[in-house]
Every structure is written in structure tokens, then in C-alpha cells.
Design a protein. Sequence first.
Length: 137
Amino acid sequence: MRRPTRTRRLSIAAIVSLLLFAMVAVPGIRSFWTWEVWSNHNGRLVIALVRGRVSYLRASEVVTQLLPPGYSSYKSSPDWNSIRESLWGFRIDNDQALFMMHVPIWPLLLLLLIAPARWLIARPVDAAAFPVVTGPK
């Protein structure tokens, strides 16, 4: 198997991926203490960043309003049992009045680390293909 080379395109992809990793990881870690919630104009569609996971809630016509429209931020204290559940649990709840889906952030963070890991594995462009055979001896 041939090791890939460190091309300019791979270097740019690794840098952008690390920046995106930081942009996702910082709010994800912050969400354990501060919940970020966005809802639409009638308050029936809610997207929230809560305890290291993204939550999507959609209410039916029966429910008048879940939250005030727009952006809201709520302080919380870390509860270690719910943190453990939120980090490992993909969850979908569906009943007649409310649909909820919770997805942890860590799978996205792992995907964002693929390009930097590949860049670390790759050999430099000017490196010899067989360093043992073409050594200085």
C-alpha cells in the first residue's frame, strides 16, 4: 500500500477541518452549562444545542407554542447522569403532539478529524519512496 503525499489540497482540507472542529467543539462543550435554543416565529419548530447534542423538536397544531420565537439562552448545572445519556444516546421520540430527535455532536467531531489524521499519515512530497534503499550509506 502506498502512503499518500501531502499535497496542497490535503493541507488546506486539514486546516479547514481543524477550524471547523474548533467551531463545533467550543459550543458543544459550552452547551453543558449554557443551553442555546432557536425557535421559529410561531414557536412550534425548535432547534437546541443542549448537553453536547443537537435536539430538534416539532410540535403539531395541538400545541400552541413551545418557546418564545427567536434565540434563547438558558443556564444549567451539569448533571452527570444526563450528560452520560446525552453523549451516548441517539434518541427519537414521536407521539401525536410532539416529535423530538436528539443527536450527539461527537460523531461530527470524529468526522472532522479525518482530514488532519490523513495529513499526519501522509509523507512529504519530496520524501524518498524507499528510504531504506536510497539511504546515505
